[in-house]
Design a protein around this ligand. Structure first.
Ligand code: SAH
Length: 252
């Protein structure tokens, strides 16, 4: 059996209980060494065999899974954050399926949630935005044209931009070209929830400068939108005059 497990954004205690239990039981762990906190490996039992996938190809990863499965060994494939976001997990599970190797996925706390928590921010503020866009700038992996940052920015929704902290100038240009004003608040969160986390709140206009001054060019998220500002409506859910399924409001 192969378990795809989300390791969480960084802090060791932000893996799920289920994920930690599987790490304790695993005979083999293949972890994404570039971003998974190696302290998580201390959950592993003594005889567990550990591989760092940072230096492996897809075929090599699959070979380890296949050999382990043949020998009735339980494998945990440990992905950073949650594997459903830029996790390259589908290509693995499809091959496992074709080889009749059973697998299951256990979610993790994605870094975009870790970053919001670090800022005590809410992406979905009433009267500001009710939508979160998770995206990236095109790099060596292309992004479909229709998902150009400019087009996505035209919604003025809450945006989280992954894998783009080495292109902050270009990112800021795209965000403003798409319709965000230059003074829209944005944040760079480097290594959210790790001990050396760094967070900078700035404006789109000053995004590149903020990145440069803080030496951030990787392992960071950019959050952009008025949800980082101070103007919003309070929720209806907790409004005393508003009735709903569980509570009668003062206005009936
Ligand atoms: N599956 C992961 C994302 C993997 S892509 C998740 O759910 O978070 C790798 C990119 O994610 C990095 O380049 C960076 O943009 C972001 N990232 C991952 N962990 C991060 C963290 N702790 N803090 C900030 N950004 C992080």
């Amino acid at each position: 059996m192969v378990y795809f497990v989300g390791a969480g954004p960084g802090a060791v205690d932000l893996i799920t209980v289920r994920g930690a239990e599987l790490l304790k039981k695993a005979d083999v762990i293949i972890y994404a060494g570039s971003l998974v906190n190696p302290e998580l490996l201390s959950y592993a039992k003594k005889e567990c065999v550990i591989y760092n996938s940072a230096t492996m190809t897809l075929e090599e990863v699959i070979n380890v899974m296949e050999e382990s499965d043949k020998n009735n060994k339980m494998v945990v494939r440990l992905h950073t954050g949650d594997m459903s976001i830029y996790g390259a997990v589908r290509e693995q599970s499809d091959i496992l399926k074709s080889k009749n190797i059973p697998f299951e996925s256990v979610p993790g706390v994605s870094s975009f949630l870790g970053a919001a928590a670090s800022l005590n921010a809410e992406y979905t503020l009433p009267a500001v935005s009710q939508t979160v866009i998770l995206t990236r700038m095109a790099g060596r992996t292309p992004v479909p044209e229709k998902e150009d940052i400019k087009l996505l920015a035209s919604h003025n929704a809450s945006m989280v931009i992954f894998l783009s902290s080495s292109m902050l100038g270009k990112l800021a240009d795209e965000l403003t070209a798409g319709g965000y004003s230059k003074d829209t608040p944005c944040a760079i969160v480097y290594k959210a929830t790790w001990e050396d986390e760094l967070k900078v709140v700035t404006t789109i206009e000053n995004l590149e400068k903020a990145g440069r001054e803080n030496n951030i060019s990787k392992t960071a998220l950019v959050l952009a939108g008025d949800f980082l500002g101070d103007i919003y409506d309070r929720s209806k859910l907790y409004d005393g005059t508003f009735s709903h399924e569980f509570r009668k409001g003062t206005n009936g």
